[in-house]
Design a protein around this ligand. Structure first.
Ligand code: IPE
Ligand code: IPE
Ligand code: MG
Length: 252
């Protein structure tokens, strides 16, 4: 039986964020080149995007390439960029068919021109879609994002567009690259690493974290269902006590 049937459809997370890790190890365990793992990771992306859309998830953020990943061997970086362009081009019709809108967060100026062009085309072609919002974190790191936000805030203060005493948590949120999206409720990391690796540090403040040993190229819809079921068992307290949460539930 699929775990799908056990999921409470009323409590599916609105926003899931995933650190897709373990492609390199998956390939090396089979005596293959790391790029072979990235290539197979694309099949998982396809399956998880489809699975999320079917469940009615509104936002899916996938960490595809970090600022720090630019320091990998040149051959791996070039291979990843080519894979990105090829995949985006190929997937646009499928995104449209499934009413999925593509977004990207990250320092796009760092990407090669052919990647920026392919991405821009994909944004334009999917802009009208109203189903799942697929957010690719590309050349992204949270510290880069926070520094960019601080610079923009400082600029707006300097030009009198912003009064420092009026800055709230909402103001800061509006300066982040994720300003259009709610915070993730569930963050999944594959491949057995228990760290955040510079991903959405501010936005994950109250996310439920789920770690699995499964390598990204082996991660499929059933693994996603398992993560969601685990999420649905948790009590999210946001600093309150357990009895306050239970009272809140019975009063509603
Ligand atoms: C994740 O897999 C994909 C990217 C970071 C681009 P890795 O390439 O990090 O695979 P491992 O962690 O070395 O196995
Ligand atoms: C995080 O994975 C980045 C992505 C999945 C894109 P890494 O493999 O780069 O992270 P570390 O180096 O193990 O922390
Ligand atoms: Mg890794």
């Amino acid at each position: 039986m699929s775990l799908r049937a056990l999921i409470d459809n009323e409590r599916v997370p609105k926003h899931i964020a995933i650190i897709m890790d373990g492609n390199g190890r998956w390939a090396q365990e089979q005596g293959q080149d790391r790029l072979f793992g990235h290539f197979h990771g694309v099949a998982s992306v396809r399956d998880i995007v489809e699975g999320s859309a079917e469940l009615g998830v509104k936002y899916l953020t996938l960490y595809a390439f970090s600022t720090e990943n630019w320091d990998r061997p040149e051959q791996e970086v070039t291979g990843l960029m080519e894979l990105l362009v090829e995949t985006i081009r190929k997937e646009v019709p499928i995104l449209n068919k499934n009413n999925i809108r593509l977004h990207v967060i990250g320092e796009l100026g760092m990407l090669p021109d052919h990647a920026t062009i392919a991405l821009q085309e994909a944004f334009d072609l999917t802009a009208q879609n109203t189903g799942l919002n697929l957010v690719l974190a590309l050349s992204y790191s949270s510290r880069w994002e926070l520094v960019s936000a601080v610079k923009k805030i400082a600029e707006d203060v300097k030009t009198d567009k912003l009064d420092p005493s009026a800055i709230t948590q909402d103001t800061l949120q509006q300066y982040l690259s994720t300003s259009e999206f709610p915070d993730p409720e569930l963050m999944i990391r594959t491949s057995g690493e228990y760290r955040i690796s510079n991903f959405l540090l501010y936005q994950l403040a109250y996310a439920e974290l789920y770690f699995t040993q499964t390598r990204w190229p082996d991660f499929r819809k059933e693994n996603l269902y398992e993560a969601i079921l685990d999420f649905q068992k948790r009590e999210r307290r946001f600093g309150k006590t357990s009895s306050q949460i239970i009272e809140g539930l019975t009063n509603n």
